[in-house]
Design a protein around this ligand. Sequence first.
Ligand code: UD1
Length: 424
Amino acid sequence: MENDYILVRQTSQLQGSVRVSGAKNSVLKLMAASILIPGVTRLSNVPDIADVRLMQQVLEALGVEVSWPASDSVQMDATNLTSHKAPYELVVRMRASTAVLGPLAARAGAATVALPGGCAIGARKVDMHISGLEALGAQCKIEHGYIEVAVPETGLQGAEVMLEFPSVGATENLIMAAVGAQGTTVIINAAREPEIADLIDFLISAGVTIKGRGTTRLEIEGVQTSKLTTEVEHKVVGDRIEAGTFLVAGALVGGPITVEGFNPEHLAVVLKKLREAGAELEINTDSATITREGAIKATTIQTLPYPGFPTDMQAQFMALMSVAEGASVITENVYENRFMFADEIARMGADIRIEGHHALVKGVAQLSGAPVVSPDLRGGAALVLAGLVANGETQIAGVHHIDRGYEQFCEKLRSLGARIERFS
Ligand code: UD1
């Protein structure tokens, strides 16, 4: 809700355990991939977040029947597609809607998807999505604010595609388009985020042959989508970014808190950096426990494609570094403009200087509670974390950003002992 706000009071202790939901960045692509399946796709471990509800609307606009058999599972029946157009009103609200481009091209032979347009965190272009589809033989043009993809009568043809940058979205769109191409598609310099591996697992269980899972070179054997399995079930991988967010809360306040429901290997660099920052971690196969007794220490980070430090954890780490002993440098390499959070946390007394894509964070002894506004999804979550250690009260507006990607964020933090409330 646009006018909701969150009130956080300084919290002296967090303890207990919290379970993360399925990954936002995986479920959205899996839902898009259901377009390829000439039958029913059932996903479990689905987070009930605003972006999932938006993707549901995008799919419904295409004729996919979407239902929720349980609160954490969603079912898509894509037997009959009735449209290949993803309308502007939906795409403009969620860039990930562009994930329907590849599967629509493969299954329907055409896709008309609104250009996502400007975004608070940088230009976020779709050039690599388009050139990748063109390499497979699709004709693409941009007209009246829409990307129009047309597949020739002869169909998509497998090809070798080299990405200039390991874009997550372009890799996923290409994988899904390649499923409907004739012959083999090879993607070189592919992104290898765990959510991409999750998409590959899903497609393999639907009957696609894909080699190179988890590597930068993927080989996809095209099949006619009509030959894919007509009933596919899949459990969404745990959300490593949600897990990282709670772990930073533990590092800020102290812990011990246990975060469950994710694979700690997916967060290896973040865990390493949390240790450098003075936290102690105990790692299990699907959980991690964090405690911190000594001071928070300054640590330098730079964001990079996986397995590097995730850009989606940058703001949360900036909140941690803003109360560290000493100065740290945070370098953002994935987006050209993702430091809006710095201006907001400065209102709480943080000392941050931005120069180009570097942020120099000088730790302060104490943040002070203030009214602030979520600049975006992760920045909003990071403001909540900062509020836990700021004296007095922090009032965070723009909660709809947080709702896009965190399920029950306040409730989960409150279950750990956070003094947090949400108001409408
Ligand atoms: C995905 C994630 C997002 C995360 C990002 C990077 C989802 C729904 N979102 O976004 O949370 O922050 O990966 O890990 O999964 N670019 C181009 N041309 C293109 C495509 C991308 O220039 O055709 C640029 C973008 O402007 C951006 C960078 O590449 O600066 C990374 O984008 P990309 O990896 O594609 O991220 P998304 O898939 O949009």
